[in-house]
Design a protein around this ligand. Structure first.
Ligand SMILES: [Zn+2]
Length: 255
């Protein structure tokens, strides 16, 4: 069926291609893409076109979503799946964009069964089979200058990859040549170390990563794409595992 899939892709690209000028103008501004070569940019354009074609973008509170905004989100999300393929973003359809950080109210149940309401202000969120939700203000802040360890698009779409094999638990479906035991050992060692460091305020990475293993994977992914040198220095085994998973080597040196 490969040929049929290729034909379908070709038709989408032909009929729903992104305008040249807008693609170049927009992606040139995206700090994450600075180091990509021409072949990688061409591949990213195909993936971004398919992404924009397949996903429904929805602006919350009547927030207007332009094609440029879609490209800004799609191009960064698709960098993450450059070697994993567009199907790794299957199984859900919507990208919801709020103008800025949004409030969520959740009921939580403690160990004794006591239910309480928790209010949080979020810059992004990813639901299992549901949408990816983003705050545009945060997307903009992270897109045009590289902020080491921070990129809300990378973060939320990493959760989507994690959830490909069930609940977010810090381990996406690994490639056949990867070892689950090595992934688990490398990431849990680093996770425990971070929790330990936080007791002395000596953490080397964003404390939010210590929330749970799913957040740890999402934050480590942010470092992998925005500040790989920090992972190489402090968490070389995490870096090695993420490289084996994402299959794209990041260098923040310009091309
Ligand atoms: Zn998260």
């Amino acid at each position: 069926m490969k040929w049929l899939e290729r034909l379908r892709t070709y038709r989408i690209l032909k009929k729903h291609g992104l305008p040249d000028h807008l693609w170049h103008k927009t992606t040139q501004k995206l700090a994450l893409l600075n180091y990509l070569d021409a072949n990688q940019m061409a591949k990213l354009r195909i993936l971004s076109t398919l992404f924009i074609y397949r996903k429904i973008f929805f602006g919350a509170h009547d927030f207007e979503i332009t094609l440029e905004m879609k490209i800004i989100i799609a191009a960064q999300a698709c960098l993450e799946i450059m070697e994993l393929g567009i199907d790794s973003f299957e199984g859900w359809a919507e990208v919801v964009v709020y103008p800025s950080a949004f409030k969520v109210e959740r009921e939580t149940r403690d160990a004794n069964g006591l239910v309480s309401t928790e209010n949080n202000v979020l810059s992004g969120e990813a639901w299992g089979k549901g949408p990816v939700i983003l705050s545009w203000e945060d997307v903009e802040r992270d897109s045009f200058t590289l902020r080491g360890g921070h990129n809300v698009v990378i973060h939320e779409f990493a959760h989507k990859l994690d959830m490909l094999n069930g609940r977010a638990n810090g381990m996406p479906p690994l490639h056949p040549e990867m070892k689950t035991s090595e992934w688990t050992a490398s990431l849990s060692y680093a996770y425990e170390r971070l929790i330990d460091q936080l007791k002395h305020n000596s953490n080397e990475v964003n404390a939010y990563a210590s929330t749970n293993p799913a957040e740890f994977f999402a934050v480590m992914s942010e470092y992998y794409f925005t500040a790989p040198q920090i992972l190489i220095k402090h968490y070389p085994k995490v870096y090695r595992e993420l490289k084996a998973y994402y299959l794209i080597e990041i260098t923040t040196n310009k091309k």
